[in-house]
Design a protein around this ligand. Structure first.
Ligand SMILES: Cc1ncc(COP(=O)(O)O)c(C=O)c1O
Length: 395
């Protein structure tokens, strides 16, 4: 029967999880992103979340969210264009644009949705999109939806990008798409060079700064500040669910672009606005960043350095990350599963990345230490990594 075939075609391969009696995905967190977090009733050190500045469980943010819920309720129950745009939304869109250093922005329910919606509404069949081949799934998905010619360039490789741009004159418009901080390995794009190349070849740069906003740049304003790109005239996107510790996604850029999207982007027009409490939570995080970024970022970077040094001393191979992300590189998939289980058994929550999230033989275990963790907690994690380093026997 067709229905039976349909369901039997939905099988997933969990053989590795069964072999090691360990499935790291969808674990049961019973607390906030506190220090420690509670998983299945047990205390864990959280090195998994993208909670870079440690603000997800900050009392001031929670209070702002609670007050907004009290005042504005839970939901707008409709799309901003059809049922009204909350004053909080308009204020936050402008504040985020000012924070990044751009003219205006538009807030989507998620970063994934922003990236998909962007290409669907902007790219046309005569266009070319050139994209870093390590780019996030949401960018890849969005680019596929665009229905125009797509060419990948080698990861962070400006000479390869130049070669593709040299052969791009037949296309009506050319977009060059990349991420600022690549989240599985912590590398940072040479975005200043990419912007210069785009100017030379009359292409439009598009940057996803999801892991850069609130993290890099002198005052946490992300990739444009980090690379001193004062007059950026390309397109900027970011998730608000990482250092900004809430949820949502933005597209930011010139006013003409944002006005166009507000009246013509199906992914915005036909989707319910972010709930008012979330908008208030993001504002509260921006207030904290304005005042406390130097202290929080010093801690975030120090923890990253402590973890990276300890792992190298304990015999692990790391990716060359320049961001506050430490990724253990384990070529063999079974070794990766084994080490991930050892880390979990030692009550550290980490994120294993295996294909298709990363290329084959580039399995990684990612560690991000939020600034909310105490130095004591980090030292405890280091002792555990030293112990695991002695016990593990990598091929
Ligand atoms: C680089 C990048 N872009 C976009 C997204 C999607 O953002 P969101 O989680 O807000 O949908 C993510 C999240 O995983 C990401 O890492």
């Amino acid at each position: 029967m067709r229905r039976v075939n349909f369901y039997s075609g939905l099988d997933i391969d969990l053989s590795l999880a069964h072999k090691y009696d360990f499935n790291p995905y969808y674990c049961n967190i019973e607390s906030s992103l506190s220090d420690p977090i509670i998983i299945d009733g047990k205390e864990f050190i959280n090195l998994a979340s993208n909670n870079y500045l440690g603000l997800a469980a900050d009392k001031r943010v929670a209070q702002a969210i609670a007050q907004a819920a009290e005042k504005y309720g839970a939901s707008m129950c409709g799309t901003p264009i059809a049922t009204g745009s909350m004053v909080l939304l308009q204020r936050l869109e402008q504040r985020l644009a000012n924070f990044i250093g751009l003219q205006d922005s538009i807030i989507f329910p998620s970063g994934y949705q922003a990236n998909c919606a962007l290409f669907l509404s902007l790219a046309q069949s005569e266009d070319l999109i050139i994209i870093d081949h390590y780019a996030h799934a949401s960018l890849v998905q969005g680019v596929r939806l665009a229905g125009c010619k797509v060419k990948p360039f080698l990861h962070n490789n400006v000479s390869h990008l130049r070669k593709i741009l040299e052969k791009s004159s037949e296309y009506k418009r050319v977009f060059v798409v990349t991420e600022s901080v690549f989240s599985t390995e912590g590398s940072i794009a040479p975005f200043d060079e990419i912007v210069n190349l785009c100017a030379e070849f009359d292409a439009l740069p598009v940057i996803d700064d999801s892991h850069g906003i609130g993290v890099i740049g002198r005052s946490g304003r992300g990739i444009l500040e980090e690379k001193n790109l004062d007059n950026f005239d390309g397109i900027y996107t970011a998730s608000l669910g990482k250092a900004l510790a809430n949820t949502g996604g933005i597209i930011s850029g010139k006013k003409e672009l944002i006005d166009y999207l507000k009246y013509s982007c199906p992914g915005f027009i036909y989707s319910t606005a972010l709930p008012p409490p979330v908008l208030a939570g993001i504002e509260a995080v921006l207030d904290i960043i304005d005042k406390e970024f130097p202290i929080l970022s010093e801690r975030m970077w120090r923890y990253k350095q402590m973890i990276s040094n300890c792992l190298i001393d304990s015999g692990f191979e790391l990716t060359e990350g320049q961001a506050p992300i430490t990724s253990i590189l384990i070529k063999d998939l079974e070794d990766c599963a084994r080490v991930a289980k050892m880390i979990h058994t030692n009550k550290i929550l980490a994120t294993p990345f295996v294909p298709p999230s990363v290329p084959p033989n580039e399995n990684k275990i990612r560690l991000i230490a939020g600034a909310n963790l105490s130095e004591n907690t980090i030292n405890k994690a280091l002792d555990l990594f030293r112990k695991i380093g002695k016990e593990v026997n990598l091929k």
